[in-house]
Design a protein around this ligand. Structure first.
Ligand SMILES: Cc1cc2nc3c(=O)[nH]c(=O)nc-3n(C[C@H](O)[C@H](O)[C@H](O)COP(=O)(O)OP(=O)(O)OC[C@H]3O[C@@H](n4cnc5c(N)ncnc54)[C@H](O)[C@@H]3O)c2cc1C
Length: 410
């Protein structure tokens, strides 16, 4: 008898942990599982700021997928998905190949939201994937080299748009990591300017006042120029323009102002609401029995009006339930509804300290920084057990990954 074919699109947080859960839960020979991802590596999005400044080896952030899966249980296909034919149950890949499925999981993640701001798509850099983060690192080095030729101060001005968690993590990493990078490239760090622009009245505006004050104080002590309550109205290759028409000369704007669901799924005949795939309480695509979706490309309503936020925490909690529901569907058993439990959020601010909340406990300082390390280690543990934690910290291959760098937002 033909085994049911399970196909997973995307090896981010959601796709990767669903594959690992299926490896554990499926009986031997019960199904054929194929994981499709456009790159050979699975990247840790929550650590991408380290790639931007070069404070982590490439393989600490982008781990080889074949080394993370069990090849006898999961077939890995490195390929970019171009479309899905829901009626023929077929996934089409760039290059013309196709893959048949009986059960499909769409976990293709997010893309950057520019809100139509002029010049952002063409000129800003994004911290979205390993490749786009590596492109920012390459841009910093390029500007260092050009500065040596023309001493143009705009080359050493690095602007981060967005003072949410991602922006704050990036600002802290730039402040702590750039002195070393400058020393390595013979650039006077005192000439470097780091600027943060946030449209809300403060950084991390959704957090309690004490956390906002702590974060603001740390960033200011790091000599970061904080501009709050102002919007970016344009970006050109040489400057950023903020409300009301003030120019900030820079060659490097890093845009970290929000995300939306991956638009590749929009023309596949799926129910799209608010730009994302609408799923039911079992993580099945609405009105479909054999197609599932989770993470940032999906819309899971937590109540009548509000959807779950696009976070790694959501994708990671959905993945094991999704794996169980795929197996229950194969076996003809009843499915389990997904129930989200928010455990808190913690952001690093540079190499040592952090800010956030776990449960009802507010964290800051060294404890906040330590908690961020614990959260990252816990993820590695879930992905590959204690041996992966040890390997990622002590035995990682330090050779750079030669990713064809994709620079600007598309
Ligand atoms: C810089 C940054 C920091 C963040 N920090 C935090 C944090 O601290 N805590 C938190 O909870 N959340 C954080 N998030 C959000 C979190 O990373 C996302 O919510 C999470 O990655 C969503 O998981 P996912 O599986 O849905 O998608 P992703 O992890 O984005 O995975 C999607 C996968 O699909 C692949 N893919 C996309 N298109 C194709 C295609 N056409 N063909 C084949 N493969 C494709 C991608 O390469 C990727 O591997 C952060 C996000 C960013 C950008």
């Amino acid at each position: 008898m033909n085994k049911p074919k399970v196909v997973i699109l995307g090896a981010g947080y959601g796709g990767m942990i669903t594959s690992k859960s299926l490896e554990k839960l499926l009986k031997s020979g019960e199904a054929d599982v194929t994981l499709i991802n456009k790159h050979e590596y699975h990247y840790i999005t929550t650590q991408l700021h380290k790639t931007v400044v070069g404070t982590a080896a490439d393989r600490q952030i982008a781990m080889s997928i074949p080394e993370l899966i069990t090849p006898s249980k999961t077939r890995f296909l490195q390929s970019a998905v171009s479309s899905v034919d829901i009626h023929k149950q077929e996934v089409h890949l760039e290059g013309g190949d196709s893959v048949q499925y009986d059960y499909l999981l769409i976990a293709l993640g997010f893309e950057v939201e520019t809100y139509g701001t002029p010049g952002i798509k063409e000129n800003a850099f994004q911290i979205r994937s390993f490749r786009s983060s590596k492109a920012i690192y390459n841009q910093i080095i390029k500007q260092f080299n050009l500065y040596k030729q023309d001493q143009d101060p705009s080359r050493l001005t690095f602007v981060v748009a967005g003072g949410g968690f991602t922006g704050v993590e990036l600002l802290g990493e730039l402040a702590d990591g750039l002195p070393k990078l400058c020393a390595e490239h013979d650039i006077p760090f005192e000439k470097v300017k780091i600027v943060a622009i946030e449209a809300a009245p403060s950084v991390i505006p959704f957090f309690p006042q004490q956390s906002i004050e702590y974060t603001t104080e740390v960033l200011e002590k790091m000599n970061i120029e904080l501009i709050t309550g102002r919007k970016i109205i344009e970006c050109t290759p040489e400057k950023v323009v903020i409300d009301p028409n003030i120019d900030i000369p820079t060659r490097t704007l890093i845009w970290s102002c929000g995300v939306k669901g991956n638009s590749i799924v929009h023309n596949w005949g799926l129910p799209i609401v608010r730009g994302k795939i609408e799923v039911d309480s079992y993580l099945r695509v609405k009105n479909m029995k054999n197609v599932f979706s989770l993470g940032d490309c999906s819309l899971f309503m937590k109540d009548e009006k509000n959807a779950l936020a696009p976070t790694a925490q959501v994708a990671l909690q959905q993945a094991p339930i999704c794996a169980k529901n795929i197996i229950a569907s194969i076996r003809g058993e009843s499915l389990k509804a997904f129930d989200y439990h928010h455990k808190g959020s913690v952001a690093s601010i540079g190499l040592k300290v952090g800010v956030g909340k776990v449960g009802s406990v507010r964290l800051s300082g060294l404890i906040g920084g330590f908690m961020k390390l614990v959260i990252e280690a816990r993820y590695l543990f879930n992905l590959g057990g204690p041996s992966l934690i040890l390997k990622q910290h002590f035995g990682v291959n330090r050779a750079p990954i030669h990713a064809a760098a994709k620079s600007k937002i598309n």
